[in-house]
Design a binder for this molecule. Structure first.
Ligand SMILES: CC/C=C\CC(=O)SCCNC(=O)CCNC(=O)[C@H](O)C(C)(C)COP(=O)(O)OP(=O)(O)OC[C@H]1O[C@@H](n2cnc3c(N)ncnc32)[C@H](O)[C@@H]1OP(=O)(O)O
Length: 302
């Protein structure tokens, strides 16, 4: 029997989820002679933002141990910090990377979508949508420095970037593995992948829930470059330096032209997408699948 959940979404916190955390964010820019100049590292508890030595570039590091799962808090802080960087016109490019050894991000936080109530699922899904829309449509040049495992939502986050550099370590893998959890990647996850690796490769990857080791990820076009692990961030920075040579205005308009139609697909039906997610994830069968998957992850150690 299909389960239909009633969800009340539009609270103030949902419409502007970052409002709750804004006050707790750390220091930012100091005005110098009328121009905002970055002086120090800033960010928040789970998202560190450091100006790089090259002018106009920042490094955004996720630090939500043990696996950088995309909890509601991490998603919210990510959006706040991205918004700050976008509002500060001194920044043109950002490297996204991880502070968790061997893991870029484990994807959506399974504890946010398992064993909670419909209102929580709705709030969480809105935050996932917001993260995707903000990153995907960002005017900034974004380069993912993938220094570890990058499944599911972690892969989605990297796919929103303009360029992906991955550590050439066969222990790591990247892909949208949702079907392995018994869940379905939503259409905008699918669209993001199709825009990156094409329709046929996406069809196969999504159905089989493929997690590609670095060499295969490069072959299929899911990442753009492989480098030794200790060079991931420096390579991402040098890629950004090349992109910085392009006039921003023309590049931004081009990026928007390429991406807006895909983003509009979600923008036109955000509420419907939330309702769909909530009713899907609330099903007993889906909850059982997720519980089994989480239990397997936890057993791995024992
Ligand atoms: C509709 C769209 C929906 C979903 C899209 C998604 O993003 S769903 C999430 C899919 N994610 C995954 O399938 C990744 C699962 N995790 C892993 O494969 C491994 O944890 C990983 C990232 C390769 C790291 O392996 P490692 O051996 O280093 O760590 P370990 O597995 O022991 O995990 C440490 C603790 O973290 C917990 N954990 C792992 N992933 C998640 C997660 N996504 N959400 C919440 N918690 C996660 C894991 O259970 C361990 O917990 P502990 O209590 O310490 O046993």
């Amino acid at each position: 029997m299909a389960l239909t959940a009633v969800v009340r979404i539009p609270t103030r916190a949902l419409l502007r989820p970052w409002a709750r955390l804004r006050d707790s964010a750390l220091g930012w820019m100091e005005p110098v002679g009328g121009v905002e100049v970055s002086t120090q590292r800033f960010g928040s508890q789970r998202v560190l933002v450091e100006p790089a030595s090259a002018a106009g570039v920042a490094v955004m590091t996720f630090k939500n141990p043990p696996v950088n799962s995309l909890s509601l808090e991490l998603l919210t802080e990510l959006v706040i910090n991205l918004e700050k960087l976008e509002n500060d016109k001194t920044f043109r490019g950002v490297v996204l990377t991880s502070d968790c050894p061997g893991i870029f991000s484990a994807g959506l936080d399974l504890t946010e979508i398992c064993g909670r109530n419909p209102a929580h699922y709705a709030e969480y899904w809105k935050a996932v949508q917001e993260m995707w829309l903000r990153l995907y449509l960002s005017n900034l040049m974004l380069v993912a420095a993938i220094n570890g495992a990058c499944p599911a939502g972690g892969c989605l986050m990297s796919l929103t970037c303009d360029y992906r550099v991955m550590a050439d370590n066969p222990k790591y893998a990247i892909g949208l593995n949702e079907t392995l959890l018994g869940i379905v990647a939503p259409f905008w996850f699918k669209d993001t992948l199709v825009n990156t690796i094409g329709h046929r490769a996406s069809e196969r990857a999504l159905q089989l829930g493929l997690l590609f080791p670095p060499t295969e990820a490069l072959q299929v076009g899911m990442v753009d470059r492989l480098v030794p692990e200790d060079q991931v961030q420096s390579t991402a920075l040098s890629v950004l330096a090349q992109w910085m040579a392009i006039p921003d205005h023309a590049r931004q308009l081009t990026k928007n032209m390429m991406r807006k139609p895909t983003a509009d697909g979600l923008l036109k039906k955000r509420d419907e997408d939330i309702q769909n997610f909530v009713s899907f994830i609330s099903r007993d069968s889906i909850q059982k699948s997720l519980q089994m998957y989480l239990a397997k992850l936890r057993q791995k150690k024992g």
